[in-house]
Design a protein around this ligand. Structure first.
Ligand code: NAP
Length: 309
């Protein structure tokens, strides 16, 4: 396959920290342009918007949309209408229904649409799925706690409608759990802690069950300060307790580490995107996003102190 001429749209924290290095490290891609209102990136063509890039920029084959979800769907539709393959950062949209529109657009335009879930590519997620496939699972506990001021500095959009608040990182845990458990599950109860000055939760407590009433409990919290983030999933089984930690890059059974590896999430995403383009396929799984939508539908709101960054 020829090299994929790619543009990054929305050059913020995740584009800078992860997308750009992963693209540079993969021979299947060339970063041909960046479209971002404020950023200027060296050694590539820069445009203020995707529209300007598509009108006046170099020829590209694909775009990687690293903007917040609230503006991404319009950008994805525009790119696909111009025949470009599209990779979406997570979450895939601001609403569930708009993703169905995107799916149809991709089909009609004959392009690849990839709704990416970076945490699913973490080093130990696939080994955890394999280990769990042959065990009887008794319960699952998820702890996803980080300091919003450290991990989302200046990101006012996270507190606006569609910004998802603590579900922005919490959906990463849900993307892993939906990938490693053998059966679908659904929400039964949720409490959302809402700062008085915000539209989205700063913490959430969630209960789910699967079809055989196996319980899953999740605690998401943005107020973790002074210690490293906790990104852990514990699974009790008939043959021991599996723990995925550090967002899925470490795996232990009954407290004994059995696997650990480097950060391969974004390199994995770009390998997957190239492979989908080559095969002429799309990959759009909304399962993690559906659980967030359910929590926002079913959750009891409790007002907590204002969030001041
Ligand atoms: P960010 O630092 O705020 O960057 C987003 C960029 O999008 C901004 O720098 C901005 O660039 C552009 N943008 C923002 N609002 C826009 C608007 N209304 N119209 C057009 N462009 C706009 O956010 P981020 O952390 O990179 O997150 C972006 C996405 O990646 C989110 O969906 C997030 O969930 C996901 N993500 C983030 C992380 C993380 O650790 N930060 C990890 C994984 C995934 P310009 O001002 O230059 O246009």
């Amino acid at each position: 396959m020829d090299v994929i001429r790619l543009a990054i749209v929305g050059y913020g924290k995740i584009a800078r920290d992860q997308h750009h290095p992963a693209i540079d490290a993969n021979d299947s891609y060339r970063l041909s342009a960046v479209a971002s209102r404020n950023a200027e990136v060296a050694n590539t063509a820069n445009f203020e918007s995707l529209d300007a890039l598509l009108k006046a920029g170099p020829t590209i084959d694909a775009v990687s949309l690293c903007t917040p979800a609230s503006v991404r769907t319009a950008q994805a539709r525009l790119a696909m209408a111009h025949g470009k393959h599209v990779m979406l950062e997570k979450p895939p949209g601001a609403t569930l229904a708009e993703i169905e529109t995107l799916r149809e657009d991709a089909h009609r335009c004959g392009v690849t649409l990839f709704a990416s879930w970076h945490s699913r590519h973490a080093y130990c997620v696939a080994p955890a799925r394999r280990w769990l496939a042959t065990r009887k699972i008794r319960r699952v506990d998820i702890e996803w706690k980080e300091d919003v001021r450290v991990w989302h500095p200046g990101q006012a959009w996270i507190w606006e409608p569609g910004g998802m608040g603590v579900f922005d990182p919490g959906i990463n845990a849900l993307s892993i759990v939906t990938a490693i458990l053998p059966r679908p599950f659904h929400l039964t109860d949720a409490e959302l802690q809402m700062p008085g000055n915000c539209q989205t939760p700063i913490a959430a407590s969630l209960d789910f069950v699967d079809g055989v009433n196996m319980p899953i409990h999740a605690e998401f919290d943005f107020r973790q300060t002074g210690t490293p983030p906790i990104w852990e999933i514990h699974v009790e089984t008939d043959e021991g307790r599996l723990t995925l930690s550090e967002g899925g890059s470490r795996l232990s059974i009954d407290g004994e580490e059995v696997d650990a590896g480097p950060d391969v999430e974004y390199p994995g995403l770009y390998e997957r995107f190239a492979s989908l383009i080559q095969k002429g396929e799309s990959d759009v799984d909304v399962a993690p996003f559906r659980h967030v939508a359910d929590a926002l539908m079913l959750g009891q709101r409790r007002t907590v102190e204002d969030f001041i960054e």
